[in-house]
Ligand binder design. Structure first.
Ligand code: ADP
Length: 617
């Protein structure tokens, strides 16, 4: 064997060994046909040698990519034997598509054969696609962030910005790259000092800061981006407008402050507990009541704080948990009494989430209530006594009147008969004196009886239609002799008044009393007037005299029973019951009585009673 032959066979064996052991598919193309292939081709395509037979390999190339391969041969000729690379896709037996990278190299032999080395780059391609997809996702996310986000180096030179950043700078994103952020914003210079960017490059830790500019608050966050050598390569910065958030926080803080102040200023002691009864919050009044600082109350069970761990009275929390209904109880803490209302606190979905206990100090009202109860008992005892006394008095008065009136009636009747029968004095005068004295006494007894009846509400009227004009003239006529005897001038000023509903006898009694008083307390030569008018639906009657008059102090009590004034007691007879009885009778008619007087110049006694309502149809 010649050395050349041996060399040739050795190199052929070497090529074959390489070809058989490489992971690539090695092909030799001779005159457009595959003259050699290693066994890798079967792994690539998934066919056995038999299945493959002498099929054209171009058939396995995706149709759109075939031209890439067909164009290789003429190109190789034009490029004068340099290698050419191509990427294309093949369809395997299982239908999967694989990416192939092929290097076509001339073999420099006489037949112009080509060596084709095919590498399966499917996994690299897929990895690249994934990387590209991830990068795309990242870019989209980066641009979609509404906050300004940018990446810059340690000198603040921008390497990437998102759309919000570019919009704020008034440029396209690519116009910002390579520029310093300070050159893009007017107020960047002010912000620079507060920006945590530089710190991040030395500390290698993320940093943040709140910046106030253009009347708004911004929160800035900077995070380092590391190189392979663990040095900070760039920093990613984001700025977020927190003005609204801050305003909301301030509003919340102020609301919480207001709530706390209100809570603390409430007079009632209030505490909030969790579902088990542990106190979560309480106000100042509650702390005062417990006699402890907040720190010794919050976190402790309400039973311990309010009830001092005693079981009586029972703590309402358990009750509220079971029944979910407001509870009220009275309890004593120290020397004071409290009304405690317990209610359920519900969560957003109406679930039982705790309780609120409100304690109101009722010591004063409890004492007041007890006092009222005592007074009530006292008052009802006194009332009973009074009722007994009134009964006794009524009984006594009736008995007295009966005892006095029975003999008096015969004295009046006898003296009247005597004064009619006797013709000569002194018997006639004596009989008349007895008659007038007995009449006077009879009147006084009647007054006493009426007053007694009036005081216990037994004085009743006999309401009938009354011709007031006639009645007034009649009374005027009956008093005229007395006035004449006293040398007083009595005049009448009586309007024509329609008939009204009233008790005629009682009305007469009032008028006579006022006129008799006027005659009694007016000196000789004085003037007395009786007036009657209809005014605003009321009958208005006046008895006017120019007598001695009554001073202011005495006027105040003149209509009370038994009121007689010192100066009159000696000179005039009477019990001081006439005016009191007049008032009772006028008021029983739904009217009122009054006096206007001045000492030494005279008095006007007047009364009014409703007339319009009582007019007859
Ligand atoms: P009495 O039976 O004492 O007259 P009255 O109740 O009628 O009782 O009168 C109470 C007092 O009012 C009289 O005592 C008198 O002091 C005073 N008084 C009544 N009318 C007049 C009057 N027209 N002028 C002055 N004082 C009068």
């Amino acid at each position: 064997m010649s050395p050349e032959y041996t060399k040739k066979t050795e190199s052929q064996a070497l090529y074959r060994a390489i070809a058989e052991n490489t992971r690539d598919v090695i092909l030799i193309m001779s005159k457009g046909k595959v003259s050699y292939t290693n066994d890798r081709i079967y792994d690539f395509l998934g066919y056995t040698r038999e299945e493959l037979g002498d099929r054209n390999y171009l058939d396995f190339v995706v149709p759109e990519d075939r031209e890439k391969i067909l164009s290789v041969a003429p190109l190789l000729r034009d490029l004068q034997n340099k290698s050419i690379e191509r990427e294309f896709r093949i369809v395997c037996k299982d239908g999967s598509v694989r990416y192939i990278h092929s290097r076509f190299s001339p073999l420099y032999n006489a037949d112009g054969d080509l060596l084709v080395v095919n590498t399966d780059i499917t996994s690299i391609k897929q990895a690249n696609e994934r990387i590209e997809h991830a990068a795309q996702e990242w870019r989209t996310t980066f641009d979609a962030i509404r906050d300004m986000v940018w990446i810059c180096d340690k000198d603040c030179v921008l390497t990437r910005v998102n759309k919000s950043f570019a919009a704020a700078a008034g440029r396209e994103p690519r116009e910002c790259i390579g520029k310093k952020c300070i050159s893009l914003f007017q107020d960047a210079e002010n912000i620079c000092g507060k920006c945590p960017h530089h710190r991040v490059f030395t500390t290698k830790e993320p940093g943040n800061a709140v910046i106030f500019t253009r009347r708004r608050y911004f929160e800035m966050q900077v995070s380092p981006i590391f190189a392979v050598n663990n040095e900070v390569l760039t920093a990613i910065c984001a700025i977020h407008d927190i003005t609204e958030q801050r305003a909301m926080e301030d509003a919340l803080r102020s609301a919480a402050q207001k709530w706390r102040t209100t809570f603390d200023s409430l007079g009632e002691a209030i505490c909030l507990t969790d579902t088990r009864g542990t106190i979560l919050q309480c106000n100042q009044a509650f702390a005062d009541l417990a006699g402890k600082p907040f720190s010794d109350i919050v976190g402790h069970h309400c039973r311990k704080i309010i009830f001092n761990d005693t079981t009586s009275p029972t703590c309402p929390v358990e009750d509220l948990r079971n029944n979910r209904q407001r509870t009220t109880q009275t309890l004593q803490i120290g020397s004071r009494w409290f009304n405690m209302v317990g209610d359920v606190v519900t969560g957003e979905n109406g679930e039982f989430s705790g309780t609120v206990l409100i304690l109101s100090d009722i010591t004063e009202s409890k004492q007041a209530k007890e006092q009222v109860e005592q007074l009530y008992t006292l008052e009802s005892e006194l009332r009973k006594k009074l009722e007994i006394e009134i009964k006794q008095r009524t009984y006594f008065t009736r008995a007295l009147v009966h005892e006095l009136k029975t003999p008096l009636t015969s004295v009046v009747a006898s003296s009247e008969l005597l004064s009619e029968e006797l013709k000569e004095d002194p018997w006639l005068s004596l009989a008349r004196n007895i008659y007038s004295g007995a009449l006077n006494l009879n009147n006084r007894i009647d007054e006493l009886l009426d007053i007694a009846r009036g005081e216990i509400g037994m004085l009743k009227l006999n309401i009938q239609p009354v011709d007031v004009t006639r009645l007034f003239h009649e009374v005027f006529t009956s008093v005229s002799p007395l006035a004449a005897a006293n040398k007083q001038t009595l005049i009448a000023d009586i309007d024509n008044i329609p008939v009204i509903m009233a008790d005629e006898n009682r009305l007469r009694q009032v008028l006579l009393n006022l006129l008799n008083n006027a005659c009694k307390y007016t000196p000789a030569g004085g003037h007395i007037s009786l007036c009657a008018h209809l005014e605003n639906g009321q009958l208005l009657a006046e008895v006017i005299d120019n007598g001695k008059g009554i001073d202011k102090e005495d006027q105040k009590r003149i209509f009370q029973p038994y009121q007689r004034f010192e100066t009159d007691k000696e000179h005039y007879s009477g019990l001081g019951l006439g005016l009191a009885l007049s008032r009772m009778l006028v008021e029983l008619h739904g009217g009122k009585i009054w006096v206007t007087s001045a000492k030494g110049t005279g008095s006007t006694f007047a009364f009014s009673i409703p007339a319009s309502m009582n007019l007859l149809p």
